[in-house]
Each structure stands twice: as C-alpha cells, then as structure tokens.
Design a protein around this ligand. Structure first.
Ligand code: SAM
Length: 200
C-alpha cells in the first residue's frame, strides 16, 4: 500500500482513476446477460491465473487489480498476447477499488490467491481478509456471489476461516474451484490450502 500511495498520493486522484476505469472500460460492456458475471481477482500479480480464466470464460467480464505497476504491466502484456478482450487490469488498492466502483455493478466471483500473509501479530490488521472487508464485499456482490481464497500460510488460512465463520455476511462453503491453473506464487509454493465462501 505504501508504494501505491507514493505513486497516487491524492485520494481524489485514486477515486478518479477507478471511476474512469469503469466508465471507459467496464460499464459500456455490461448488459442484461453478463451483469452478474463480473469476476474480480484481487492481488492478481503477473496475471497468470486470471488470463487463463478469462480465456476459458469469454462471456464473463474479468478484472485483475494489484498495487504493483510492473505486475499490472506484465499481466496486461499477457492479456494482449492472448487477445483476452474480456479481461481488464488496473493498479488499484482492493478496498478503494470496491468502494469507488459504480454502485449498480456487482461482482460475481471474487478470487484471492496467495495474499500477503503479514505474519507478525502487530501487522495482522493489514491482512486483506477482515470483517470490515467481508462486510464491504457483501455490499458489492449479489446473492449467488462466491469468494475463493488460497494461501500457503497455515495461520492466515485458519485466520480466514475464523473471520468467515464469525462473519454475519459470509459463510464457508464447499464450491469447486472454477479453474485449476497455477498463479505465479502457486508455482513457487506448491503446498497450499483453499476455501470458498458464499453470502449468508
Ligand atoms: C504474494 S502476491 C500473490 C500474487 C498472485 N495472486 C499470485 O498468486 O501469484 C500478493 C499480491 O497482492 C498484491 N496486493 C497486496 N495487497 C493488495 C491490496 N490491498 N489491493 C490490491 N492488491 C494487493 C501485492 O501487490 C502482490 O502482487
């Protein structure tokens, strides 16, 4: 977040970028058939997984966001090489991105692969999966939306299970993963755990 904030230090500027991303790239594509098929990968890194997912799900609108410019640039290059015209990337912070999205658009599946685990107790508050995040996500999804989470970090996995178990917005579920295809970090970290959740 810190390097992101250095690049875009003004909140108004960050809000404007997200709004422009939606108004220019996403909203014009949304219609009655795909309005509940907008899938988001948070922290998409180099875009390995979401590029394959978009390739295999041409009727969906797929979005990948990450804080790091170089990763978004690599992900975008892959998208262009694969001609994934249904896939869009933006350098953005997850909670801001969700908050500044047009209210009438909602996410369908939300994917989080190998998020930063922030292992030190004093840094747990920086973890993405928190009750505040789950509450926010509920406001920007629809009744059949799902959250998919994967990590190599056992303690963060247990933490996420507990956050969802204690949540009044989401419950743990047993959905199959829509696509098994390695992300960049999954290649490096073959021992991982996965969970899915749906709205209560
Ligand atoms: C460990 S990497 C995993 C990348 C990719 N998901 C994979 O499995 O290869 C975590 C990624 O999440 C991004 N990230 C961390 N916090 C984020 C946030 N709040 N919003 C968006 N991206 C974030 C980081 O920049 C980093 O690229």
């Amino acid at each position: 977040m810190d390097y992101f904030l250095k690049t875009f230090s003004l909140q108004k500027e960050r809000e404007g970028r997200v709004k422009e991303f939606f108004s220019k790239q996403i909203t014009p594509l949304v219609n009655a058939a795909n309005k509940h098929a907008i899938d988001l990968e948070i922290g998409c890194g180099h875009g390995h997984w979401i590029n394959e997912y978009a390739q295999q799900n041409k009727t969906k609108i797929c979005i990948g966001i990450d804080l790091i410019s170089k990763r978004i640039a690599k992900a975008t290059l892959k998208k262009e090489n694969a001609k994934n015209t249904n896939l869009f990337f933006l350098k953005a912070e997850a909670c801001e991105f969700i908050n500044y999205k047009p209210k009438e658009l909602v996410f369908n599946n939300v994917f989080v692969f190998f998020p930063d685990p922030w292992p030190k107790k004093k840094h747990h508050k920086r973890r993405l999966i928190q009750d505040s995040f789950l509450k926010l996500l509920k406001l920007h999804t629809h009744s059949k939306s799902r959250l998919f989470f994967r990590t190599d970090h056992d303690e963060y996995f247990e933490w996420t299970k507990t956050q969802i178990h204690n949540s009044d917005s989401w419950e743990l579920s047993n959905h199959d993963w829509p696509l098994e295809h390695s992300s960049y970090f999954q290649e490096l970290l073959p021992n991982f755990s996965s969970l899915s959740a749906n709205l209560l």
